[in-house]
Ligand binder design. Structure first.
Ligand code: ATR
Length: 269
């Protein structure tokens, strides 16, 4: 039976999710399609009625609905509850479930690191920072810090998750095994030339992880690479959050290397 999937958000700008999932359906012979549905906050309740009535077999959820959608679900995972946000809806029988695969996507490229990072600093204190902190805790990272331009937001997160709050002005003073950028610094556009980390403050053995994926090599990652540090691009998090969604919906695994190529092609087009 044909199945319908999609992404909701508002405004729903360009998204690579349809490219990824439709490629996966095609490759694995799944009779389904994935659409982009712009849904405003005022229309969320009626859309969620349609999700149950049609039914829609699975959804990706993006800004501004990641919190608001939770009240429309039958159950949410512990992981999504910790983050306080859901980015994936799927059915378990007649139960409409919420998961946060941003966390799964965030930790996927870190799982293959040997040894695993023993300390990590998260830069920023928005929704992506929350997913990163929950991921780092799930991974068992011993020492976690959070630093944000507006200190009160970092203090709030540090208290909620039991991690260290680091002054934004002092963020580069302590060595960290892993530094994760969750701010928009370095993103294509007017912030592209900026980095949250000075080029001469990378320390040996440090890994730089940017959740920004456009451009693929941000100023932060470029400077880290020049300093002979390991780098992880935001494309990895995007790819793996999508692979995890696809698995929840179909029980199947997309070919990771093929999916990465599809996304790289989409980014470069
Ligand atoms: P998301 O939910 O996607 O993580 P967000 O809630 O807008 O996005 O969070 C963006 C984060 O980047 C915030 O922590 C923000 O810091 P403030 O709390 O001070 O606003 C941070 N940020 C945005 N622009 C920044 C800049 N120019 N320099 C440093 N931090 C910045």
């Amino acid at each position: 039976m044909f199945k319908s999937y999609g992404i909701i958000g508002w405004p729903l700008g360009h998204t690579m999710s349809p490219t990824l999932h439709n490629w996966g359906f095609g490759e694995l012979g799944v009779d389904a399609s994935y659409a982009a549905w712009p849904v405003s906050s005022g229309d969320l309740s009626s859309f969620m009625g349609q999700v149950r009535a049609r039914p829609i077999s699975g959804l990706s959820v993006t800004i501004p609905h990641k919190q608001a959608v939770m009240e429309h679900l039958d159950t949410i995972s512990d992981r999504a509850a910790q983050v306080g946000a859901v980015n994936t809806l799927y059915w378990d029988g007649d139960t409409l479930c919420g998961e946060n695969t941003d966390v799964i996507g965030f930790i996927a490229p870190l799982r293959s690191m040997a040894p695993l990072p023993d300390s990590a600093l998260v830069l920023g204190a928005g929704g992506a920072a929350r997913a990163a902190i929950v991921g780092l805790k799930e991974l068992g990272v011993r020492r976690i810090g959070v630093s944000n331009r507006t200190r009160t937001k970092a203090t709030f997160l540090a208290e909620e998750f039991g991690v260290n709050c680091i002054d934004w002005e002092k963020r580069m003073e302590t060595p960290w095994t892993l530094v994760c950028n969750t701010t928009p610094l370095g993103m294509s556009g007017e912030l592209e030339h900026l980095s949250p980390w000075d080029a001469d403050r990378f320390t040996p053995g440090m890994t730089a992880y940017d959740i920004v994926y456009n451009p693929l090599e941000t100023r932060f990652l470029h400077d880290a690479d020049n300093a002979h540090c390991k780098t992880i691009s935001g494309l990895e998090m995007f790819l793996h959050q999508g692979l995890a969604q696809f698995h929840l919906w179909t029980g199947l695994d997309m070919d990771e290397a093929g999916a990465r190529q599809i996304l790289l092609k989409a980014l470069n087009s």
